[in-house]
Design a protein around this ligand. Sequence first.
Ligand code: SF4
Length: 350
Amino acid sequence: MPEKQDEHIVIVGAGTAGCTAAGQLAREGYRISLIEKESKPGGKVNNWYQLFPDRRKSEEVLKYLLGEIDNPLINISLNTDIDSIIKEKKKFLVTTTHGELLPADAILLATGFDLFNPERKEEYGYGIYDDVITSVELEDKFHSGAILTSKGVPPKRVGIVHCVGSRDEKVGNFHCSKVCCVTAVKQAIEIREMLPGTEVFCFYMDMRMFGPYYEELYREAQEKWGVNFIRGKVSEASENIEGRLLIKVEDTLAGRPLKMQVDLLVLMIGIENSLSGKRIAEDLDLKIGINGFFSVLDNHYGNNLSNMEGVFFAGTCTAAMNITDTISHARAAVVEIDSYLKSQKKEVEV
Ligand code: SF4
């Protein structure tokens, strides 16, 4: 065990993947520097109210993640970013934005994702109309215990738009963000639960309910909560003279255009590789895939490995994934790092 403490791993990002990997590597006896650009660890889990598919409180998962990094071998730096990473032979020298110099034997990039900026889809009116909000802003309303429109009243009708910034070649994102269909279903149920008199309409291209219990949640939304699902694309949102939102939809099942008034329009914004991740990729010459995320060495049996020896990936910096898959991916990264460092040690001993 003490031998491992001589080895130092820098983990960039203290979200779900970073905290999971840091905890496990520290239990293996490695010294960890965990670098986080935000003011607290836990990443985007801090934003959510309840999690799909079982609608457990996000605080429970957050507590698990914070428990993982409660280890004397982990040194966490908050409000800190990476200034540069230089590779010298087999070792790395990481410089943080606070001027700290961190020699490292391995680097784990767990830089997570950025949420799509919906202002890039002007036709939905985000930033123009106060009652067009994002899925993350709706979570804030759940947290506050009240879902109110900008006029301070509960909405009578809510529209939820799927695939905002995903599967959209106009914004250069061909990928499916994977988690927004089930997020829409979860949020639709939460709205109906908090406001039983409010109608909820989801506008989708396809319902992609890939995970365990997602399909069941989708059925529950329809059968128990009366959520309306319309297969169609919202083409435009505007405001009418009474200040209500007017949306135009192409109903692709009925084959006819539809106009509807809603009081709140919620945009299911997609996931993109983070800007800080992309910057590191440029710095280290790491490959980026056509989807904009880090390109892994092998899609089937090397999806924690980068094209640079000693640099590893964990979580949504490689692709959209849910929390469960992110934790599994981070644990797999730990196995890869451990076996890499052991092989390095053997090379030195020979
Ligand atoms: S998960 Fe659903 S809403 Fe999200 S990008 Fe994929 S199809 Fe669109």
